[in-house]
Design a protein around this ligand. Structure first.
Ligand code: CAA
Length: 260
């Protein structure tokens, strides 16, 4: 039934919009929710017509973190043996771009999920934070690693060790989000969909290569990253889309990419 639908799916042309749907629990990220989210990502990965994902919690809240009620009675052996939160990594192995749209709270696991997105849009109401320390734990899905890579050690330590919340203005200033949709009356979700559709109009091979290359910057030493970038760049000359894109420029017309 729709009440069991913890992730709503809305196809808009080349874009699949995935909306976290546990409004009464501020979209707390339960294990069943992640099973559904991963399942939808698997489907989107296999569907060539899907070029880009928008991941959002809607206009009110992104996600207030992992589900505390689900976690509170778990013990070490249980979480260790089941590799608790390990399945969240599916989001980061997804090869098409994910545009995140954050409105309201993105706390704990919600902030971590937002940081897994490739491009992150926020509304002026967005509030980010890693409040795990207030629960006697630390972030467990990238809140110490991805956050530090994005904002640097001083701010990451401040957020992780104090649980201090960050508003949209501060998030924009520290580079935690790609941009804030400040315009009055503009929906962050609609902006994200428009951005995703734009990406969806480009050649899928080049888009995937761009994502792979930028992601490599976090993993590789500079010389290896530059080598990977150059190799991917050179390989794109084997695609029809490179011929089409450059021919269209020379002929002053719009390119028609074929994703090959
Ligand atoms: N897990 C489970 N339920 C949650 C939740 C969470 N993370 N966050 C909110 N809820 C539930 C509340 O329990 C409440 O349910 P009931 O109506 O059944 O009591 C409902 O959502 C509404 O929440 P509030 O009444 O608390 O709403 P508020 O507006 O007064 O406060 C808030 C909002 C400040 C976000 C507050 O809900 C809050 O502090 N939530 C917890 C935030 C948090 O600590 N997140 C980190 C979780 S740990 C984690 O994420 C680990 C990791 O690294 C992956």
């Amino acid at each position: 039934s729709p009440a069991d639908q913890l992730v709503l799916v809305d196809r808009q042309g080349p874009v699949t919009v995935l909306t976290l749907n546990r409004p009464k629990a501020l979209n707390a990220l339960s294990s069943p929710l992640f099973v559904q989210l991963n399942n939808e990502l698997d489907k989107a990965a296999q569907d060539d017509q899907v070029k880009c994902i928008v991941l959002t919690g809607g206009e009110k809240v992104f996600a207030a973190g992992a589900d505390i009620k689900e976690m509170k009675d778990k013990n070490f052996a249980e979480v260790y043996r089941s590799n608790f939160l390990g399945s969240w990594a599916r989001v980061t192995s997804f090869r098409k771009p994910i545009v995140g749209a954050v409105s309201g709270y993105a706390l704990g696991g919600g902030c971590e999920l937002a940081m897994m997105c490739d491009i992150l849009l926020a509304s002026p109401t967005a509030i980010f934070g890693q409040p795990e320390i207030t629960l006697g734990i630390i972030p467990g899905a990238g809140g110490t690693q991805r956050l530090t890579k994005i904002v640097g050690k001083p701010i990451a330590m401040d957020m992780v060790l104090t649980g201090r919340k960050i508003d949209a203005k501060e998030a924009e200033r520290m580079g935690l989000v790609s941009r804030v949709v400040w315009e009055e009356g503009k929906s962050v979700v609609q902006e994200a969909v428009a951005l995703a559709k734009k990406i969806g109009g480009f050649g899928a091979v080049a888009v995937q290569a761009g994502k792979e290359a930028v992601d490599a910057a976090n993993e590789l030493p500079l010389s290896e990253g530059l080598r990977l970038e150059r190799r991917l760049f050179q390989q794109l000359f084997a695609t029809a889309d490179q011929k089409e894109g450059m021919a269209a420029f020379a002929e002053k017309r719009k390119p028609a990419f074929k994703d090959e």
